[in-house]
Design a binder for this molecule. Structure first.
Ligand SMILES: C[S@@+](CC[C@H](N)C(=O)[O-])C[C@H]1O[C@@H](n2cnc3c(N)ncnc32)[C@H](O)[C@@H]1O
Length: 426
């Protein structure tokens, strides 16, 4: 069974036609794709490197293919939903044009995926069914894994009307396909209501990262590393002091029940606090919250699809419409990618680069070395928009600024290779 639309044959041909452009680095020098991952700066290295490609994603996927075919562990994309609503980026095409735009990109996406990899695609009611049919065609129906439901806020404007054409949509979807029908994934655990008591773990570990050796409670390790960045550790130690103060007890008096109750209260307020203290034996130890997970289903309504507030905190309000939430993408990363295997994560509709933030944060949280590749064209921001007023002429510039801010915040100095797709000479 196949879906037909005017222009489908051309779309198919486009997936297999050679690239018309070339990939160049920041200095305009060609990146020799034939030399594979090393040319992209992605060869296995102790410090993960990442790649930002500015340009049309169809060309970019073709140009990345020699280096990345069969090597990407996880693809997450959030293509335009074709809703016709006013976005910073152009979001309305005819259905046939939307399908023709998506089709060759999905064909190439599949070619880049590792045999044990998976692709996640955010989408809403407008195109989810068409997308499902073309994904079945491209990936094979047996590779369909899930249609995940994610909550999204509804606008209250409808409240003023006694009658409406349709209900406000309070959810959207993430379609998940495996590259290979035989692929198996770890069971996914997500937060639950009833929890096991919290515990404390040593904050030191043997992996050797000199940049993670800094003074903590007057102790600087000579080898190994602290688990978290200095900023995070210091904030966690301050949280512990704040907790004692709020509980009105001393470090000697406080009980695990009191700590757990305080932590859970914070969490109910939407705050996930880290705690760090000196153990009775004089060693830094961090808090492992009460065991609080349950097996996940496809209902991810505990997450919000949208992440406007977290982007506003980094770059200011209104810079980009409807960025995804970092938590949504982190859930996928935590599930599908392995922290320390150098897994490659690709997002070729990068927008404000939420995926890059999710990879950097997930690596910071679990000491991982995932590598991220994002592709975003230099789509101009509308004249007189908050983005333009803030100095971002293109969406790609927004994404790059966000990555820089996130790295700054995490104290992360991992290199980003910046490439551009340009028309081949002649
Ligand atoms: C829905 S947004 C992605 C938002 C992103 N997930 C985030 O959280 O910020 C889709 C993005 O894809 C970009 N885009 C659309 N067509 C593209 C193409 N052919 N090549 C590269 N980028 C494209 C748009 O400029 C837009 O920024």
């Amino acid at each position: 069974m196949q879906l037909s639309w005017p222009g489908k044959d051309d779309a198919l041909a486009l997936a297999h036609s050679p690239a018309r452009g070339v990939l160049v680095d920041e200095h305009g020098n060609p990146v020799p794709a034939g030399e594979g991952l090393a040319a992209l700066g992605l060869a296995a290295a102790p410090i993960p490197c990442h790649v930002f490609v500015e340009g049309d994603n169809l060309e970019a996927l073709k140009l990345l293919k020699p280096a990345l075919a069969g090597r990407v562990r996880m693809i997450y994309i959030d293509p335009p939903y074709n809703t016709g609503q006013g976005f910073v980026f152009a979001d309305r095409q005819s259905d046939a044009a939307w399908l023709s735009m998506m089709y060759p990109r999905l064909v190439l996406a599949r070619e880049l995926l590792h045999d044990e990899g998976a692709i996640f695609i955010s989408i809403d009611d407008h195109e989810v069914h068409y997308l499902r049919v073309i994904m079945d065609e491209i990936f094979g129906r047996e590779c369909f894994r899930n249609c995940i439901i994610v909550g999204r806020g509804t606008k209250s404007v409808q409240a003023q009307f006694a009658s409406v054409a349709a209900l406000a949509s309070g959810h959207e979807y993430v379609l998940m396909y495996a590259r290979d029908a035989r692929a198996r994934f770890p069971n996914l655990r997500v937060p639950r209501e009833t929890r096991r008591p919290g515990t404390w773990n040593s904050h030191w570990r043997g992996t050797d990262r000199p940049t993670m050796r800094y003074p903590l409670f007057g102790i600087t390790p000579e080898r190994g590393q602290w688990r978290w960045s200095q900023e995070r550790s210091l904030a966690a130690a301050a949280n512990y002091e704040r907790m004692l103060k709020e509980l009105g007890v001393s470090a000697e008096e406080v009980t695990q029940e009191q700590i757990d109750a305080w932590y859970l209260k914070e969490r109910r307020r939407g705050r996930r606090v880290d705690l760090l203290r000196l153990s009775a034996a004089g060693k830094p130890e961090h808090y492992v919250p009460p065991s609080d997970t349950r097996l996940a289903s496809t209902l991810w309504t505990d997450l919000k699809a949208k992440g406007s507030r977290e982007l506003a905190r980094l770059l200011g309000p209104g810079i980009f419409d409807n960025p995804k939430s970092v938590a949504l993408i982190r859930r996928m990363l935590e599930w599908i990618t392995r922290p320390e295997a150098g897994d490659i994560v690709l997002d070729f509709f990068a927008g404000s680069c939420t995926t890059a933030q999710a990879v950097l944060e997930q690596n910071a949280a679990d000491g991982g070395n995932r590598r991220c590749i994002v592709v975003q064209r230099a789509e101009p921001t509308p004249a007189d928009s908050p983005a333009r007023r803030a100095g971002y002429d293109t969406i790609a510039a927004i994404g790059r600024a966000r990555i820089a801010r996130v790295q700054e915040r995490l104290g992360n100095r991992e290199p980003w290779r910046i490439c551009r797709v340009v028309q081949a000479a002649g």
